[in-house]
Design a protein around this ligand. Structure first.
Ligand code: ZN
Ligand code: ZN
Length: 360
């Protein structure tokens, strides 16, 4: 990973963000910029230097991780009071940006005291926008994570005919991913069968899966901090009704249309519109109750959003999901999701599991 170059890229963004320095408090952003993976730290990035403050638990780890990443930054270790003193002493006089999305009100009040001689300004998404473009090392981790999820699904596919409870199936998927090398699961695995499928973020229940109903499986693996994200909808035997079959056909077509729309330079809302048009044409506009997708990386949901109202433009190196769905409470739900790498002339999928519906 090209971690060492990231502070330089951030510095070029300070001026446009209206600040002379940025205090990074979002731990995922700190990890991105320095390689530090501890659970408590703040990072002050100035035009010429950077200062990481953390506590005694991370004295050894912080030095090791920054050095391994080749990152040039001073490190100060101390209790919260000492950390604030260090930050205050290192502060430039001008405008210091805070990450508005991650600073609690109480912290803002504390920092106003720490940086009493500076002007604090709210910034939004400065580091998150850098994170959207993945470097080769990040892509590699995400491909490994996606490959683990693909393999885990392949391993449990044949056991689906045993018709277990949703929760058992979820545990089995999680276990396979861990066993295949995932550090953890990306998020709580979704196994939603029959009517439960009509809730896009249903949690796996004790409900026993029935033949002929749709099963929405949405899951991912975590590898060295990087997430994968994929949804497949399957059915044990033929779908029990014509409506279920039609839902799957429509969502599959919408998902293909969305993936076909992905290309560097395309507005994120256009990808959403491509999916939405197919579903609206089928008469189910109101049954597609969420956005089309999101960026994936160190966070499972990150910049950019792909929704009706999102204004970002896709760029080469973004990794985003395309995941339209149709949810009908009286029938069930369908969602199909791939994670793709945005390229100059289209996109390349990271998730490769087959999309055939019926498991016999
Ligand atoms: Zn998902
Ligand atoms: Zn997703």
């Amino acid at each position: 990973m090209q971690t060492a170059a990231r502070l330089g890229r951030l510095r070029s963004g300070l001026g446009p963000a209206g600040c002379d320095a940025l205090l990074v408090t979002n731990l995922v952003n700190i990890r991105y910029l320095t390689g530090f993976t501890g659970s408590a730290a703040m990072l002050l990035v100035k035009a010429d230097r950077a200062l990481l403050v953390t506590d005694g638990r991370y004295a050894e780890q912080s030095r090791h991780e920054l050095q391994a990443a080749g990152v040039q930054a001073d490190i100060e270790i101390g209790d919260p009071e000492a950390q604030r003193r260090q930050l205050g002493a290192a502060a430039p006089k001008g405008r210091i940006g805070l990450e508005a999305g991650s600073v609690a009100w109480s912290l803002q009040r504390t920092l106003a005291g720490v940086f009493a001689d500076a002007e604090l300004v709210a910034t939004d998404g400065v580091v998150e926008e850098l994170r959207a473009v993945k470097d080769p090392g990040e892509l590699h981790r995400m491909e490994v994570a996606a490959g683990i999820a693909d393999e885990a699904l392949a391993q449990i596919r044949t056991t689906l005919t045993d018709l277990q409870a949703e929760r058992e199936l979820g545990v089995e998927l999680d276990f396979r991913m861990r066993r295949l090398g995932a550090r953890d699961v990306s998020f709580e695995t979704i196994v939603a069968s029959g009517p439960n499928g009509a809730r896009p973020h249903a949690r796996p229940s004790d409900r026993r899966i029935q033949a002929g109903e749709l099963i929405v499986l949405d899951f991912g693996a975590l590898v060295d901090g990087y997430h994968s994200d994929m949804t497949r909808t399957v059915c044990v035997g033929e779908p029990a009704s014509a409506v279920l079959s039609r839902m799957v056909r429509v969502v599959a077509e919408a998902q293909r249309a969305g993936v076909a729309a992905v290309r560097a330079g395309v507005a994120t809302w256009e990808v959403d519109a491509a999916c939405r048009a197919v579903i609206a044409e089928a008469g189910w506009a109101d049954a597609f109750v969420h956005g089309t997708g999101h960026g994936v990386g160190l966070d499972i949901h990150e910049h950019p959003l792909l929704s009706r109202t999102s204004t970002a433009t896709l760029a080469d190196g973004f990794v985003v999901t395309v995941e339209p769905g149709v949810y009908l409470p009286e029938h069930g739900g369908v969602r199909i999701e791939d994670t793709v790498l945005v390229t100059a002339d289209g996109c390349r999928p990271l998730t490769h599991s087959p999309k055939d519906l019926v498991i016999a």
